[in-house]
Design a protein around this ligand. Structure first.
Ligand SMILES: NC(=O)c1ccc[n+]([C@@H]2O[C@H](COP(=O)([O-])OP(=O)(O)OC[C@H]3O[C@@H](n4cnc5c(N)ncnc54)[C@H](OP(=O)(O)O)[C@@H]3O)[C@@H](O)[C@H]2O)c1
Length: 221
């Protein structure tokens, strides 16, 4: 496939890039710091905080699918997931590219947004610990970032594109196993961890599974 990978220098993005190239896909990487790329592929330089419409359209034109591991490096960049993904979606709409897979986060199913003002209070996959202790603490600490991810999910739901949103729990730098649980529309019971490599694995796998279109997917060991 012809793939365009945004944020290919990030933890998940780099894994997606390396796995995609290893699988023989024809990859374009879109990054703000090309020197950080772990392997050399066709590259478009773009800072998604100040999106260059022409560069983004050039980067996605002709792609069979777009993958994005975009997310903030610091609290001050918290809005980037939403704003950057909106720019990616606009470029895809302008160039008639339909398929996109992005990374959100496990708690977002219960975070309100303009598009989902009354989400369920609890994720059906979350147990007592996550619902009552850890979940509320993390949501408070990452409030701005989670608001941005919830807005990003709204952008995709309203896009008319063939989107898939992956919602991982805590990420690790563990190895690629290809052996993990996943669930549509909910988190996994006692699923607290997943490696960045396995998230990238699921994102690539989703491209071959049309049933993942317009789905959020929980993933964990
Ligand atoms: N950490 C966790 O435990 C956890 C859990 C659940 C979900 N998540 C979500 O998963 C996402 C991905 O995780 P990760 O570990 O792969 O993140 P990461 O290593 O921080 O990667 C973020 C990527 O976004 C890029 N980026 C940020 N601002 C940009 C901008 N203005 N223009 C272009 N690119 C920009 C970064 O580029 P540079 O390389 O140039 O900085 C980097 O490639 C996180 O952002 C978070 O939303 C994280």
């Amino acid at each position: 496939m012809k793939l365009t990978i945004f944020a290919a220098t990030g933890g998940i993005g780099r894994q997606a890039l390396e796995q995609a190239v290893a699988a023989g896909h024809d990859v374009t990487a879109v990054v703000r710091h090309p020197k950080k790329l772990s392997i050399q592929v066709r590259t478009v330089t773009a800072d998604l905080a100040t999106p260059d419409v022409e560069a983004l359209e050039y980067a996605v034109a002709g792609a069979d699918a777009v993958l994005s591991g975009l997310g903030p490096r610091s609290n001050s960049e918290a809005g980037i997931a939403w704003r950057g993904t909106r720019a990616i979606v606009q470029a895809m709409q302008a160039t008639d590219v339909r398929r996109i897979v992005v990374v959100s986060a496990a708690p977002i199913g219960t975070v309100p947004s303009p598009g989902r003002p009354k989400p369920p209070k609890h994720d059906p996959g979350d147990g007592f610990f996550m619902r009552n202790l850890f979940g509320p603490l993390v949501k408070a600490a990452l409030r701005k970032h989670y608001a941005s991810l919830a807005l990003m999910e709204d952008v995709l739901r309203n896009s008319g594109l063939d989107w898939t949103i992956v919602r991982p729990p805590r990420l690790t730098d563990g190895p690629l196993t290809g052996t993990y649980r996943r669930a549509y529309g909910q988190n996994l019971r006692r699923g607290f961890l997943i490696s960045r490599a396995d998230v990238a694995h699921l994102m690539l796998r989703a491209l071959e599974q049309p049933e993942t279109i317009k789905q959020t997917i929980g993933i964990a060991y």
